[in-house]
Design a protein. Structure first.
Length: 414
């Protein structure tokens, strides 16, 4: 007696199994390129349109974008790349360059892109570290500005005194219940990055030319005093406000002004607000404009990339940073381009938001790309927040920030 299936049905079953092997469909022989980034949904939409067009031009390539939160992207890329894996391209702000280069997990780009191509960009778009190019940016800025609701603020303040006076006029209890319903100003003032404009306005900065921390200065002390006074003396900002609270207050029309980045403008317009963008105010006692950290956002290449994929990664970066694609992103997202021709275009030069964005960029300072920056952020946060909590004086906080930064940098370099 014979057991099992008849020969013909068995043959057909085996043939079907073979045809269904390889993930249930025909084998995909395309070269796969993955980009990790931390961009918001509207930026992802523009990027996907551009990737789709690239793949239509090059059907032998499959490009995928993968969103990760900023810290997840940074730590995840380090872990993956050290293990010889990770995405072919990593996209983000320039301060990623230092930590990635020190670990030798991104490639120098100056040998992959010719000078004629690189000369298309404003110099700030090209992030060099230790004499080599490691990032090519398609967006300039990642910077903070003063954003205002034109319904409540027809003309923005130019000085910190005007900011306070205008903020007081705008801060109101609109329904008579004894609680403030509308604030003059809001922003994520509990985070050190959002403190930097007032630190610089009072003459401070976070490190010197030798990458040593410079936190124990009058600029730090007076910046801390000013922010605390906005809340406790002038009462024009909420008692508590993280990023989401501040963003919601402004978006819902409960704040006349907000300090936020270029990434936020399109969202406010989509919410129906008629917004203006202005440079942050000048501090009258120093004569200095409040300057933010300015960082290009762009593309780096994983050091583990194969030669075949490297060729396509270079081609893709050329495509995504092209004049046409930068113009599309600028028109849609109101981000500052890096291509010289797009910067000189009528759209950028005649647009109020982009013109003022450029002024704020000019008032700012480049974000350091050295690994020590992370140690400085970590050193600033506890003391800064202790000042806001009332448990530490601005003077003591500045001293403690400096000592903590020096200690963390020593530990990092051991």
């Amino acid at each position: 007696m014979r057991y099992g299936l008849p020969i013909r049905p068995l043959f057909l079953l085996l043939a079907a199994a073979v045809s269904l092997s390889g993930c249930g469909g025909p084998k995909d022989d395309r070269v796969r390129i993955t980009i990790w980034h931390q961009d918001r949904p509207d930026v992802r939409d523009v990027l996907q349109k551009q990737l789709d067009r690239f793949m239509a031009l090059h059907p032998e390539v499959k490009v995928e974008q993968l969103f990760k939160e900023t810290e997840e992207l940074r730590s995840g890329f380090i872990i993956a790349a050290i293990a010889g894996q990770g995405p072919e391209i990593v996209y983000g702000p320039s301060d990623q360059v230092g930590p990635f280069q020190v670990m030798d997990i991104i490639l120098p780009l100056d040998s992959l892109f010719d000078r004629t191509f690189l000369d298309q960009f404003t110099p700030k778009a090209l992030t060099y570290y230790k004499g080599r190019l490691y990032k090519i940016a398609d967006k300039m800025g990642n910077h903070l500005t003063l954003v205002y609701n034109k319904k409540l603020v027809p003309v923005p303040p130019r000085t910190e005194a005007e900011l306070v006076a205008m903020g007081k006029a705008l801060t109101k209890d609109t329904n008579g219940d004894g609680k403030v319903d509308q604030y003059g100003l809001t922003w994520n003032y509990t985070e050190p990055f959002f403190f930097i404009p007032f630190m610089t306005g009072f003459g401070g900065w976070i490190m010197d030319e030798e990458d040593r921390p410079t936190l124990n200065t009058a600029g730090t002390v007076n910046g801390l005093k000013f922010i605390k006074a906005l809340r406790d003396e002038h009462r024009i900002i909420p008692n508590e406000a993280d990023y989401n609270i501040a963003d919601a207050l402004f978006k819902d029309g409960h704040a006349g002004m907000i300090i936020n980045g270029d990434w936020s403008w399109a969202g406010y317009q989509k919410a129906g607000l008629d917004i203006g963008v202005a440079p942050l105010p000048k501090i009258t006692s120093t004569g200095l404009w409040c300057g933010t950290m300015v960082s290009p956002k762009g593309f780096s290449i994983n050091a583990n990339i194969t030669e075949e994929k490297k060729r396509w990664a270079v081609e893709l970066i050329r495509y995504l940073t092209s004049e046409e694609n930068q113009m599309e992103a600028t028109r849609t997202l109101f981000t500052m381009p890096t291509n010289r021709n797009v910067i000189r275009s009528g759209f950028v030069q005649n647009n109020e938001i982009l013109r003022n964005s450029q002024i704020q960029i000019d008032n700012g300072q480049p974000m350091p790309v050295v690994p020590e920056l992370r140690a400085i952020w970590d050193a600033m946060r506890p003391s800064y927040q202790a000042v806001l909590a009332g448990s530490r004086s601005p003077e003591q906080a500045a001293t403690d920030m400096q000592l903590q930064a020096l200690q963390r940098i020593r530990e990092m370099n051991e």
